[in-house]
Design a protein. Structure first.
Length: 334
């Protein structure tokens, strides 16, 4: 029986480090739940696991999409569910003599199950801060398989949010009642799904939770401590070469690449164009990351299934490990 352990929480709370330690103890793999780590070459600014960390534990669902492509929640859900259902579930800790397999796995995280050594009764770790990715798995969200329609979106956006929301109220009043009149993103998506499929998005949504046991662990700390962690991580990213990474990506893909307008990359891009200093870019990155972390905390706190642990606790790993062992013992016969 598959068992899933989720490690979630706001950015900079130490999810990756804790997950790495747990994966090595459990001899299992890590499935990433980060909406930017799926993209190749976006490494430092997304806090992607380093190659050294990937040599310790096998990581899936990172580096599976080109920066010029779009990975939707539905795409992610399909790949993650396929991996979980396959019981892939090869060992997570790398061994001497596995060099060939390690090389192949680094190139292609979704190696066919037939090529992977099996593990028995070992839980999988789903780790990240993208709430929708995690919810798509733990709650089994039903997501309309409608890819973004650039031309349709452009036409709709030209109408204006007030009129768009009025249109949504006419074609899908159920969805409109759940969407704020000023929420242009969700309004546009609901209309997009309706015009592509001919059916309201509210009729195509819902949940089908998986039957296997799930333990959801959330990492958190007080805002001041989290702010300090964000500052330290931002400084480390810059020291590790974030400026060089952004410069390279701008040259290769063009500065208008949508991913380069995301957290950390946008601010450094402003520095590279001479609009602001590096110090200002760093301060803006810290500010925007704190704002993002606040939104993440609000999102995850809305889910009572998550069990929270304070990252400031010096015994964090042992406390989480104790809870994991209890989860595995009590779910043994499920």
């Amino acid at each position: 029986m598959t068992k899933l352990i989720v490690i979630c929480g706001a950015t900079a709370t130490g999810k990756s480090g804790l997950a790495l330690a747990l994966a090595m103890r459990l001899d299992t793999v890590i499935l990433s739940a980060d909406s930017r780590q799926v993209y190749r070459e976006f490494d430092i600014g997304t806090a992607k696991p380093t190659l050294d960390e990937q040599k310790l534990v096998l990581h899936y669902l990172i580096d599976i999409c080109n920066p010029t492509e779009v990975m939707t929640v539905a795409d992610y859900q399909a790949q993650a569910q396929a991996l979980i259902a396959s019981s892939s579930l090869q060992r997570g800790t790398r061994r001497e003599g596995d060099a060939v397999m390690q090389k192949d796995l680094l190139k292609n995280p979704c190696v066919p199950v037939s090529e992977c050594p099996r593990v028995s009764k070992t839980p999988l770790l789903l780790v990240g801060g993208t709430g929708l990715y995690i919810r798509s798995i733990t709650q089994g969200m039903k997501i309309p398989r409608v890819a973004p329609q650039p031309e349709l979106r452009s036409q709709l956006e030209s109408i204006g949010q007030i009129q768009l929301y009025a249109m949504l109220q006419q074609v899908d009043p159920v969805a409109a009642a759940k969407i704020h009149p000023n929420d242009s993103v969700r309004t546009l998506r609901a209309l997009e799904v309706f015009y592509v499929t001919g059916r309201p998005i509210s009729e195509q949504q819902g949940e089908n939770p998986p039957s296997y046991p799930i333990l959801q662990i959330g990492l958190d700390c007080d805002p001041t401590h989290l702010g300090d962690r964000i500052t330290q991580r931002t400084e480390k990213m810059i020291a590790d070469g974030l400026v060089t990474e952004v410069e390279y990506l701008c040259q290769k893909y063009g500065a208008d690449l949508p991913l380069l307008n995301t957290l950390g990359y946008q601010e450094i891009k402003q520095y590279l164009t001479g609009d602001i200093s590096l110090a200002q870019a760093k301060e803006l990155t810290i500010l925007h990351t704190r704002q993002f972390a606040k939104r993440q905390r609000t999102w995850f706190r809305a889910y009572p299934q998550i069990e929270w642990f304070d990252v400031g606790n010096p015994d964090l790993l042992e406390k989480v490990w104790q809870r994991v062992q209890n989860f595995l013992a009590t779910s043994e016969d499920i």
